[in-house]
Structures are given as C-alpha cells and as structure tokens.
Ligand binder design. Structure first.
Ligand SMILES: NC(=O)c1ccc[n+]([C@@H]2O[C@H](COP(=O)([O-])OP(=O)(O)OC[C@H]3O[C@@H](n4cnc5c(N)ncnc54)[C@H](OP(=O)(O)O)[C@@H]3O)[C@@H](O)[C@H]2O)c1
Length: 337
C-alpha cells in the first residue's frame, strides 16, 4: 500500500461534504486517525445535494481494506478534514435530487462507489455525483449490492481496462477469495479466460465454486511451479508474491497490481508489460455489473454483516486480512424473511 501513496497523491484531493439545513443523521466517523475503535457512530449533519448530485438514503455499505487504512492515517495524500465519515460502498434509495439531475428520480434503488475523495458511506445518508451512480441489481438485497461497487469495479478495471484480458487468454488471480479476488475470478471466467487463483487451503473450495479452473493453496504450494506462461497476472498481494509472479507470465504478458506498480526495469528486462492501478468511479461499468448479477453470471458473496452501530468491529475484522468475499454494513436492517 505504501508504494501506492505517491500514486494516490497525484489523483486525490479531499472533497468535504456541503453543510446542511440543521438536520442530523447517524454516521460512523473519526475525529482523528487511530485504530478501528477510533470510529464512533454519532450524530452528524445530514448532507444536502448540490447541482448534479443525489441524496441517497443508505440501506447498506460494505467494508474495504482502504477504509481502515484511511482511519489509521495510512493514506495521508487524502488530506482528510475531521470529523471524517468512513465508507466507500453504497446501496440505497434516492431521497432527493440536486439541480440538473434528469437521470434519476426519488425512490430509485441505486448503488455506487463513493470515491475515496468523499467517503461518507457508513452513514444514514450520503451525497453522490449522479454521474457515479447506477441502478442497483434488482435480484439481490442492499447488503449484497453494497458488496459490489469498489471491489467489482477494481476487478473490472484491472482485468479489462488495464490488462485487456480477452476470451481464450489465461490469468492468475492472487487472493481469489477476497473482496476484489472473488469478483476477479468470476469476471475472468465470464470473459472466457482460463483462470488460476490462489487462496489459503480452507478457501479453495469457495474459489473453485466461483469458477476458477485451477486453485492453488499459496501456503502449501509454490504457484510458480503450477502456473506457466499466463497472459495476465492480477496482483493484490504485492511484495515477493508480485516479484515471483513475473516469472509465470509469457513474453509480452501483463502484470496489473492494485497494491503497488511493478518495477519498470524488471518488466523491461523480462519483455513484460504491467502497471499499478487505482480504481475510478464508473457508472457505466456498474450498470454492466448489475446486468451480470441479475443474469446470475456474477454473485457477490457476503460472509459477515454488521449493523452501522458496529462499524468499528467490521473494520477490525477486515483488518485481520482473511475476509472471504465481503463484509457488509447494514444501515437499514433488511426485513426478516
Ligand atoms: N488500487 C486499488 O484501486 C485498490 C482497490 C481495491 C483494493 N485494493 C487493495 O487490494 C488489496 C486486496 O483488497 P481486497 O478488498 O480484496 O481485500 P480483502 O477482502 O481483505 O481480501 C484479502 C484476501 O487476501 C488473501 N491473501 C492474503 N495474503 C495472500 C497471499 N500471499 N496470497 C494469496 N492470497 C492472500 C486473504 O486470504 P487468506 O486468509 O486465505 O490469506 C484474503 O482473502 C488490499 O490491500 C486493498 O487495499 C486496491
């Protein structure tokens, strides 16, 4: 992540919420950097949409490692002002529209990646640029929809925009059981690629079920002994895993990393290509993802759900680093079935 900090600083600047008309809401915020238990659920001003924005009643959010990294102050380039409301994934219902928003109406069920620049999703309400928002998949509840935006957009943009993965090609997905990885495996299969994926032993069956052709217990096996000449490596681990991954790519192959760019010198010496990547909001891609979900081709997996009041516990669980699929935050409790 540290290698990503200069990368982040070139593209990020903190955007504060507009202040409001005195109404309040519950929000999970920090007053200063700290461990996950620095996050307190407290009264905060209810935001108001400006021109081009939507006010969304948040029904659910999801946890991403970047949330606790921000809370700990590991991404200083964001230049947060305090209090800072945590959270980047949103699924909810449009409550109000700013001026010049024609594409949505009050009552629409929507989902979005609330840009790192904004955060604010662990709250009862969030304001989002309408251009970043898409209608949520109809076939799943808010907790599962909220599991999609940041992680699935990252997988999409890494595999298809950066590495240009195509049908018939092969890809090694590291950490295939995690938030980004479980979408990457499914999206690569949907594209028609041959998928190798690493995970720890107890998660291999889960990754196989997602569609991986070959699953590798990265603690017991050396992936480079089982994977040869792939077109693409998707790295979300970094360090020596990234370095060793260069050896499994075919000449001209592409290593895309979301935790730090590969060395340009190493790539050149081996005749490879590669890049680091930071996701961007993209409503058109969210629309495509919603269609894939409603067609049953991609399934978000939620392994744990916490109420907003327990946001700190959810962040602490993510920080342990062993998440299967996603951890959801329910802001509006789902109706009992
Ligand atoms: N640049 C960007 O735009 C961007 C976007 C999203 C995420 N990220 C970063 O990407 C990383 C992954 O995000 P995430 O949301 O997928 O995290 P996550 O949901 O916490 O999943 C992490 C997964 O990594 C696995 N893992 C840990 N060490 C491994 C290794 N050596 N080999 C294979 N798997 C390993 C863990 O499984 P085990 O328990 O089995 O080890 C776990 O399932 C985080 O550092 C995050 O901050 C960057």
């Amino acid at each position: 992540m540290f290698a990503l900090v200069p990368f982040l600083s070139s593209v990020l600047a903190f955007v504060p919420f507009q202040s409001t008309n005195g109404a309040t809401m519950k929000a999970a915020r920090i007053a200063s950097f700290g461990a996950p238990d620095a996050v307190k659920v407290e009264d905060a001003p209810k935001p108001a949409p400006k021109a081009g924005e939507l006010l969304v009643r948040v029904h659910a959010s999801a946890v991403n490692p970047v949330d606790w990294k921000i809370v700990q102050g590991l991404i200083p380039s964001l230049k947060q002002s305090f209090p800072y409301t945590v959270g980047c994934d949103v699924s909810g219902v449009v409550e109000a529209l700013g001026a010049d928003v024609a594409s949505f109406q009050a009552g629409d069920e929507v989902y979005a990646y609330a840009n790192l620049m904004r955060g604010g999703a662990f709250a009862e309400y969030v304001v989002l640029p309408a251009s970043d928002v898409a209608k949520k998949p109809k076939s799943i509840d808010h907790a599962h929809a909220a599991a999609i935006p940041l992680a699935a957009l990252t997988a999409w943009q890494a595999l298809f925009d950066a590495a240009k993965l195509e049908a018939g090609q092969s890809v090694l997905v590291h950490a295939g059981a995690g938030g980004v990885g479980h979408f990457a495996v499914q999206l690569a299969k949907w594209k028609g690629a041959q998928v190798y994926a690493t995970a720890s032993k107890e998660k291999l069956a889960f990754v196989k079920e997602l569609g991986a052709d070959v699953v590798i217990d990265y603690q017991a096996q050396k992936f480079e002994e089982l994977v040869k000449d792939v077109d693409v490596v998707f790295d979300m681990v970094g360090g020596e895993t990234q370095t060793r991954s260069l050896g499994v790519l075919k000449k001209g192959g592409f290593l895309v990393s979301i935790v730090g760019p590969p060395s340009a010198k190493e790539l050149e010496a081996r005749g490879l290509r590669g890049a680091g990547m930071l996701l961007k909001p993209n409503a058109a891609q969210l629309k495509e993802l919603a269609t894939l979900v409603d067609q049953g081709k991609v399934k978000p997996h939620v392994s744990a759900t916490f109420p907003l009041a327990d946001a700190a516990k959810a962040l602490a669980l993510s920080k342990e680093g062993h998440t299967v699929g996603k951890i959801a935050i329910e802001v509006v409790p789902a109706p009992k079935k």
